[in-house]
Design a protein around this ligand. Structure first.
Ligand code: SF4
Length: 281
């Protein structure tokens, strides 16, 4: 990997506050990786479980560089807000990935393309960088580096920046470090185990994560159950959306699912294909 391209450019860490980006933050802070980031940026969807916010507060106190929290507002409110076009059709401006069921025909579908990561993570972080660096309008040359916590086992999530003025860098891949190795490094240093970061209602959760939420953070799980009900209600009012949305690929209501026995059909693969490394790290 050509690392010369990053030389001399200020580095900023995209901090998801999950396992990989937290490991990176601590590695930089201990001087095990260089150069030290100017700052870490946490893009807050206002929908992470409490465990992630608690972890972020703890992590901030460990770091030798500042953590900036940026937010476009509540992702949940935006997804549930139905807007109306001039010709009367209803739509939502930002969507999350969903599984769908046509209740008349029984046909199943999925809408993996979604704008939540772009609108609530990538854009707020890029806006922060534009002001912090700062970036001139129309700038075509790289002016800074966005450090992203994708680990070696999730290499297919690597995607170059869409903006010429910022380069993406993936130090865990440069150092061939996996997610498991991150957890082992944290344990060896005596740090607590970080949570998995993602919105409580994210349909990319594995069964293991749904089960963890249900047993360890039951209030957050109930919030996801309620969100699914509200999403179905909101989409039902939208005449141009005939498929009922679900958050789990069994297409059953969340609170009726036995996450130990219900089969997972590729949630993680969807995540790897669709997420640009801003969620779940
Ligand atoms: S965690 Fe899931 S729902 Fe939240 S922004 Fe990322 S992909 Fe969207």
């Amino acid at each position: 990997m050509d690392t010369e391209q990053y030389e001399g450019l200020p580095h900023y860490l995209s901090l998801g506050a999950g396992v990989q980006s937290s490991t990176l933050a601590l590695m930089y802070s201990l001087g095990e990786l260089q150069p030290m980031p100017k700052a870490a940026i946490f893009a807050d969807t206002q929908a992470e479980p409490k465990s992630v916010y608690d972890w972020l507060n703890w992590l901030e106190g460990q770091l030798r560089f500042p953590v900036h929290r940026v937010s476009k507002g509540s992702l949940k409110d935006e997804v549930l807000k139905m807007r109306v076009t001039k010709d009367g059709r209803k739509y939502s401006k930002t969507d999350i990935p969903i599984y769908t069921l046509n209740e008349k025909t029984g046909s199943e579908g999925a809408v993996p393309n979604r704008s939540c990561t772009r609108d609530y993570k990538i854009k707020p972080i890029n806006q922060f960088l534009r002001n912090a660096v700062p970036i001139k309008r129309g700038e075509k040359r790289p002016q800074c580096v966005s450090v992203i916590g994708i680990s070696l086992d999730e290499i297919r999530r690597m995607k170059p920046s869409r903006d010429a003025w910022v380069l993406c860098r993936w130090p865990l891949i440069e150092k061939r470090i996996t997610r498991i190795a991150c957890i082992e490094w944290m344990a060896k240093k005596g740090y607590p185990k970080p949570p998995r970061s993602a919105c409580v209602f994210c349909p990319y959760h594995s069964n293991k994560e749904w089960r963890r939420l249900q047993t360890e953070e039951p209030e957050e799980f109930l919030a996801a159950v309620e969100f699914e009900r509200q999403l179905q209600e909101a989409k039902r009012k939208s005449e141009n959306f005939v498929h009922k949305p679900f958050l789990h690929n069994s297409r059953k209501p969340l609170d009726t699912i036995d996450f130990r026995s219900d089969v997972e059909r590729g949630q993680q693969l969807l995540w790897q294909d669709e997420c640009e490394g801003m969620c779940g790290v």
